[in-house]
Design a protein around this ligand. Structure first.
Ligand code: F6R
Length: 611
């Protein structure tokens, strides 16, 4: 999704803005641009389609492009094609320039009235109405800050905005409603961005704006008003991240780096939460005890990979904690009626904490009477964490690759902690808790072992690169893992992949099987093994090419049309986490052969902040 960076300083900010845009590239975009106020007090703009590198080349080849105040943007097209004309910043009458992340829902009505006022449009975006509106309001306002406060009263939708005007060349004004925006505080200069990653080379001191906030930022001051126009002090947070956490280092892609970071991410997500063979009561904060005591059911809401984590957790919550659990894709949950159960805990799961559908679904759940909420999230100061009663962080570290990897496995680890917390109050025995904790503790080592399959998988990947379709099979907790494997493969290699619970094959998908459609089965050694074996026979009997990721004790033997990749034996409890690793590697290795843009697959964005 779109990324914003802007700043005001005692010296030229161009380099910082370009560097910040590069650090925002992971969010997904198709054009980029920046605008500065130059020494002559004029707004100078550069825009280009494609990569930030193209913008950088244009900027560095023009010595005039310098300025102590500026705004910059990566655009992920929603309204209007990814053309130079539609790229941000948008400018009105050479006086006001603006960048925007989000969607303005009443843009058509605003456009109609602005056209009557004589404003000329140069793009097909929803954004352009905002810059004209600020310009129009500026005529009747004391300053740019008041003009923006007036403007946001007239906007419907979601936005983070950064605005400059050559009438007030020392002041950057910004606003936030539904889309993320942070202020990075520095000595003699200040910046804003869509996320902290963009500013880590400049500072580790951040203010997270809240919905409805508008801020006026100069090189040495920050003034914030809330949705009622009242001046407010927002807390300054010190980020634990440093700029290295978002560097690629020795790896070719962020996705590979993040796959290999999983042993550490797992250890970090367990740190401080276990004592001996028990989960520490303090893990969820002091208010959690009372809430957890009352919980009789769970409703999970999430999107994409995070939704798959929720599907695994449903099995665990019902089996180990004895708590009835429903899981629903957030974009569906928010648009239907619900019978709200009493004492139900809504668990939202999100890597970014900014996914518009998940956020809206949580707000909707609260509105219709769900009383308690817990958020499992990788970003401490995100919209979702702020909206939730309780927060359990996954300490995966920044995830830059668009395809989620370490966020998923750490979500599963965090969810297992919820299972224990609720289980302690219900049907879980001490022995079960001890077993789960022991297995969780073993994860960093077992994940590292699973990563050793990489070489074998690199060879298997060759079989895939020329295929157009693939089918993933799993049963029980491993059906969502098959779904996750299929999602990874399709999003980064563009091979059409679907997942089925293996028992469903004969109810339709078996018709697809021939030697052109590889079938990937996830085969842990559990009580469903014999059933899975029968399903696999159904595929073999129809000439399908099978690749089975199997525990050695399952007894699968390599033969014509059947490739077996042995995954070291693990306890059933952590098997879904361990079997995820080879599927992530498979998707990565296939994408590498196909030469796709692994970290930024076409049409996708990292943080999906629009509906
Ligand atoms: C797939 C992927 C997406 C995200 C989904 C939700 O690899 O990354 O499916 O899982 O967009 O994002 P978060 O978890 O940030 O809410």
């Amino acid at each position: 999704m779109c990324g914003i960076i802007a700043g005001v300083s005692g010296h030229d900010v161009t380099g910082t803005l370009l560097e910040g845009l590069k650090r925002l590239e992971y969010r997904g975009y198709d054009s980029a641009g920046l605008a500065l106020i130059d020494e002559q007090g004029e707004i100078l703009r550069k825009r280009s389609t494609g990569r930030v590198k193209a913008l950088q080349d244009e900027v560095t080849s023009d010595v005039r492009v310098r300025g102590n105040i500026g705004i910059a943007h990566t655009r992920w097209a929603t309204h209007g094609k990814p053309t130079k004309q539609n790229a941000h910043p948008h400018i009105c009458n050479e006086t006001v320039a603006l960048v925007h992340n989000g969607i303005i829902e009443n843009h058509e009505a605003l456009r109609a009235s602005q056209e009557k006022m004589g404003y000329r449009f140069t793009s097909n975006t929803d954004t352009e109405v905002i810059v004209h509106q600020v310009h129009s309001n500026l005529e009747h306002s004391a300053d740019l800050f008041s003009a923006l406060q007036q403007t946001i009263k007239e906007l419907e939708g979601a936005y983070s905005l950064a605005v400059i005007s050559n009438l007030e060349p020392d002041c950057l004004v910004v606003a936030r409603q539904g889309s993320p925006l942070v202020i990075g505080l520095c000595e003699g200069e200040n910046f804003i961005a869509s996320d902290v990653a963009a500013l880590l080379t400049k500072t580790r001191e951040f203010i997270f704006l809240e919905d409805g906030d508008v801020a006026c930022i100069t090189a040495d001051n920050v003034r914030i008003v809330d949705t009622n126009g009242k001046q407010v002090d927002r807390q300054v947070h010190h980020s634990r991240l440093n700029s290295d956490s978002v560097e690629l280092g020795e790896y070719r892609h962020y996705m590979l780096k993040e796959i290999y970071e999983q042993p550490t991410a797992a250890a970090d997500t367990l740190e401080g939460r276990l004592s001996g063979n028990r989960l520490l009561a303090a893990t969820f904060g002091h208010e959690a005890d009372e809430i957890f005591d009352s919980i009789t059911s769970v409703q999970i809401i999430a999107c994409g990979t995070s939704y798959h984590a929720g599907l695994v957790a449903r099995h665990w919550l019902e089996e180990f904690a004895g708590v009835a659990t429903s899981v629903e894709v957030a974009s569906e949950f928010r648009y239907r009626s619900h019978v709200v159960p009493e004492n139900c805990l809504v668990i939202s799961i999100s890597q970014s904490g900014e996914t518009a559908d998940t956020l809206a679904a949580l707000k909707y759940a609260k509105e219709i009477g769900f009383q308690h909420s817990l958020c499992i999230c990788n970003v401490a100061e995100s919209s979702l964490t702020r909206e939730s009663d309780m927060v359990l962080l996954t300490h995966a570290g920044p995830e830059i690759g668009v395809a989620s990897t370490k966020a998923f496995t750490t979500q599963l680890i965090a969810l297992m902690q919820v299972v224990i917390a609720l289980g302690q109050r219900n049907s879980m025995t001490h022995e079960q808790e001890e077993r789960i904790v022991r297995e969780l503790r073993s994860l960093p080592v077992k994940i590292a072992e699973a990563l050793e399959l990489d070489t074998e998988i690199t060879v298997i990947a060759e079989k895939f690169a020329h295929k157009k379709h693939a089918l993933f099979l799993g049963r029980g907790t491993h059906f969502p893992i098959a779904m996750e494997g299929a999602l990874k493969l399709k999003e980064i290699s563009y091979i059409h992949a679907e997942a089925y619970p293996a028992g469903e094959l004969k109810h339709g998908p078996l018709a697809l099987i021939d030697n052109e459609v590889p079938v990937i089965a996830v085969a842990p050694n559990n009580e469903l093994l014999q059933k899975l074996k029968s399903n696999i026979q159904e595929v073999r009997a129809r000439g399908g090419e099978l690749i089975v990721f199997a525990d050695p004790a399952t007894g699968f033997k390599e033969k014509d049309g059947l490739t077996v990749i042995e995954v070291a034996p693990v306890d059933d409890i952590i098997a879904p986490i361990i079997f995820t690793i080879p599927l992530q590697l498979l998707a990565y290795r296939v994408a590498l052969i196909k030469g796709t843009d692994v970290d930024k697959p076409r049409n996708l964005a990292k943080s999906v902040t629009v509906e």
